[in-house]
Design a protein around this ligand. Structure first.
Ligand code: DLL
Length: 436
């Protein structure tokens, strides 16, 4: 793999500024953002007043902890535009979450917000090893989802040539990668695996492709999966994180030269980690739920938003800005099986170590006789599909899950192609338990 480390001179100066400088900027911006939310969004005025706090009380960054949290339900209660802090005609763009589990959540951006978003995504793409003039194959979905259009905005900002292919039509994805020879690909890690399968189906070697870096996010993925993808494509694989409520992709990104967690673009997004049970902030280095406060957003300021994503904060390395460790999972996706907490990423980690199994899986939860049961459905790799191979691999995976995670699961190994594929975010859990 080529060294794609960006030249220091190409970075935004704030990326490598001193901590004092970053924190002074954050404090100024935090005061502005709290006041902006309080003055212009009735929800924030009511919630700050009820908690007995006022933006004028803030004299240090730690004062933020006195302010109340914002949760997804607050956004739903104010559907569609009640959280906007500017008149609707100043909002240049709307995005929304898919809303599979209820009302969609709607977010908005002013002209300046779009410019900020473009600049943080550009920073992310540059940290991933792309430079002005490079060609990017953008297979995140275009539409209300922030992935496709968010990456596109940043690619324009950085001066890339973008192929806005969006998700789906996998044969065509491979065809265009082969014909156009992009240097970078932006896509969910699970859909990248479908693209890989298609390479095999077309009898092409992905290691011969032009791709030098893949920028993967929008769903959890493990370092074991990173290795698998890097090997398969002979390219770098870096992690990009974001959520629509805070901005979209480009809230944090790994640096290609270190790949040691994602630097949070702290000049625009202030992170905290809290204990999800008590709501109390925990120290850097400790695990908990990630909470974000926007520092510069105009249309949709967000104060202490509980992301439900579990991770921890670490000091800066390649940049001065703090890192977040790869997200283990969302608290919503945590399975409690007979008292043991399990995340799909823990299953992924074990799956990747078993020879003969493909990196595709789904977890099925059921309750046949009042006891919760978990079944892992995965599939055989091409060439490993004899019955004996499958029985052997299933037993190995089940044993490894028992030994590392501490739970007994049934493993079923389907034919190659037997696990449903995603074109965007993978559906990892199928819960057929009766709702209590
Ligand atoms: O998924 C934004 C995005 C698009 C990020 C493209 C990266 C690339 P939402 O649809 O609002 O936004 O979903 C946000 O996805 O709270 C996490 O649970 C999860 N997520 C996003 N990035 C990562 C990541 C986009 N790198 C939710 N690792 C977040 C783990 C991620 N989970």
């Amino acid at each position: 793999m080529k060294d794609l480390t960006p030249a220091k001179a190409s970075l935004d100066p704030i990326e490598i500024a001193s901590r004092d400088e970053i924190e002074a900027l954050q404090l100024d911006r935090l005061k502005w953002s709290l006041r902006h939310a309080y003055d212009n969004v009735p929800f924030y005025k009511a919630s700050f007043d009820a908690a007995g706090v006022h933006p004028n009380d803030v004299t240090s960054l730690s004062d933020l902890a006195k302010f109340p949290f914002t949760v997804k339900q607050d956004l739903r209660d104010n559907y569609p535009f009640g959280m906007f802090a500017v008149p609707r005609d100043r909002v240049k763009r709307i995005h929304a979450s898919s809303g599979t589990t209820g009302q969609p959540t709607v977010v908005g951006y002013t002209e300046k917000d779009l410019d900020t978003w473009g600049s943080v995504v550009a920073r992310s793409l540059r940290a991933s090893g792309l430079q002005p003039g490079d060609l990017l194959h953008n297979a995140y979905g275009y539409g209300l989802f922030t992935g496709g259009l968010g990456i596109h905005l940043g690619a324009d900002h950085l001066g890339l040539t973008t192929i806005p292919i969006s998700g789906g039509m996998t044969q065509r994805q491979v065809r265009l990668i082969e014909d156009f020879r992009p240097k970078g690909i932006t896509v969910t890690p699970s859909y990248a695996l479908s693209v890989l399968d298609e390479y095999a189906a077309q009898g092409l070697d992905p290691r011969d492709s032009s791709l030098e870096v893949g920028i993967f996010g929008a769903e959890p993925w493990t370092n074991a999966m990173r290795e698998e993808i890097e090997q398969a494509f002979d390219m770098h694989a870096v992690d990009i994180y974001g959520l629509s409520e805070v901005m979209g992709p480009g809230v944090a990104n790994e640096c290609v030269e270190t790949k040691d967690g994602l630097h949070i673009w702290e000049d625009h997004f202030f992170p905290e980690i809290i204990d999800p049970e008590t709501g109390q902030p925990v120290a850097d280095g400790e695990q908990g739920e990630l909470v974000f406060t926007s520092l510069t957003k105009e249309a949709f300021p967000i104060i202490r938003y509980r992301t439900r994503d579990l991770t921890r904060l670490l000091p800066g390395t390649a940049r001065s800005m703090r890192r977040m460790e790869k997200v283990t999972g969302r608290s919503d996706d945590m399975i409690i099986l007979r008292g043991v907490n399990v995340f799909p990423t823990q299953i992924e980690e074990q799956l990747m170590t078993v020879q003969g199994l493909a990196p595709h899986f789904q977890i099925e939860l059921s309750r046949p006789d009042r006891m919760d049961q978990m079944r892992v459905l995965t599939e055989a790799c091409e060439g490993f599909s004899s019955n004996e191979d499958r029985v052997h691999s299933a037993a190995e995976l089940s044993h490894k899950i028992k030994a590392t995670v501490g739970i007994s699961v049934k493993v079923d190994v389907a034919d190659p192609g037997g696990v449903a594929r995603s074109q965007g975010k993978a559906v990892r859990i199928i819960d057929t338990r009766p709702k209590s």
